[in-house]
Ligand binder design. Sequence first.
Ligand SMILES: Cc1ncc(COP(=O)(O)O)c(C=O)c1O
Length: 405
Amino acid sequence: MTAMHAPTRTEDAIALDSRNVAHNYAPLPVVAAHADGAWITDVEGRRYLDCLAAYSAVNFGHRHPDIIAAAHAQLDRVTLVSRAFHAEPLAPFCAALAGLCDKDMVLPMNSGAEAVESGIKVARKWGHDVKGVPADTSNIIVAHNNFHGRTTTIISFSDDETARRGFGPYTPGFRSVPFGDADALAAAIDDHTVAVLLEPIQGEAGIIVPPDDYLQRVRALCTQHNVLMIADEIQSGLARTGATFACDHWGVAPDVYLLGKALGGGVVPLSAVVADRDVLGVLHPGEHGSTFGGNPLAAAIGHTVVELLATGEFQRRAAELGEVLHARLTTLVGRGVLSVRGKGLWAGVDIDPVHGTGKQISLRLAERGVLVKDTHGSTLRFAPPIVVTEDEITWAVQQLAEVLA
Ligand SMILES: Cc1ncc(COP(=O)(O)O)c(C=O)c1O
């Protein structure tokens, strides 16, 4: 059904958007009206294979029936009481998510950036209360080219000038070292270091997979120096790479998981900080919170997401289809593609700039019914919903081949 007053022509919809929606994004000229599984239908009835999956927030496909059923059922019961009261679905969701992560406790929040902010606060409080770092002197080590969100603190340790310029003054207390360089990380740790905050595979940077021994060395350094290892699995986690967490590929268990995106089933914003009691137990009433964090609707949806992950089906599918995606994309290396990186159903494809910018290639793919988004100029990110089929992957890569030809 068309929403009331919503324009039914692409140009009109985009003109209205341009007048009334802040210009903090530059969307492709596709106006979604409906979506199902791996496919999006626009206001004029054109269909597109979604190869972005809302930056991995739609890992389980658009409107997965179990998730939608859980949402409907919860909408008919209770949707929000705030954390001033208990609500039925929250504790079972947190118990299930803690179990999935093999940790004790969950701090529920909403957006990914909020989970990162919360993780930073927990690490600083842990450093002060448990490690004994004097007040206001702690540091957290991060990686060059990180992407952890858009709040003022998070952009303070970003090296993306577009994300930073004009938004200062910045929050102190962060040190940035090259991603993948464990020696540089070791050299940056001192007695005031409370945490290392990393994406195990860097997403926005272009799906950058670190050297094979990196995360294990980071884990060992954190243990040796009594520093929390915080894995931002907001984009890499929850089956995207063919495992529940990207860290699993290297057999590494961080002290703290930051989760978001797909945790909300593609329906609601739901994020979480997940850790053991000796870490998350540093928070006491009044020290942190969010009115919507862990609301009953989100908790019911998140619980269903954890149940879907507990079957292992999505992890298996992402691993198997990931092989197909990478094999197909690799055939284009030397035919307009410079290189292909990634893991599971997550690929960064560097386009030879002679064929155009990433944005231009994305526009041409959209005309052929394939939706991807560029990152860092000439890199395309392929991250379809995990319900995509092998034939659909083959077809999408064929479209890229034809665009580059
Ligand atoms: C690794 C990572 N962390 C955090 C975020 C921020 O999440 P949100 O946009 O929900 O605030 C993102 C978003 O792309 C991300 O990729």
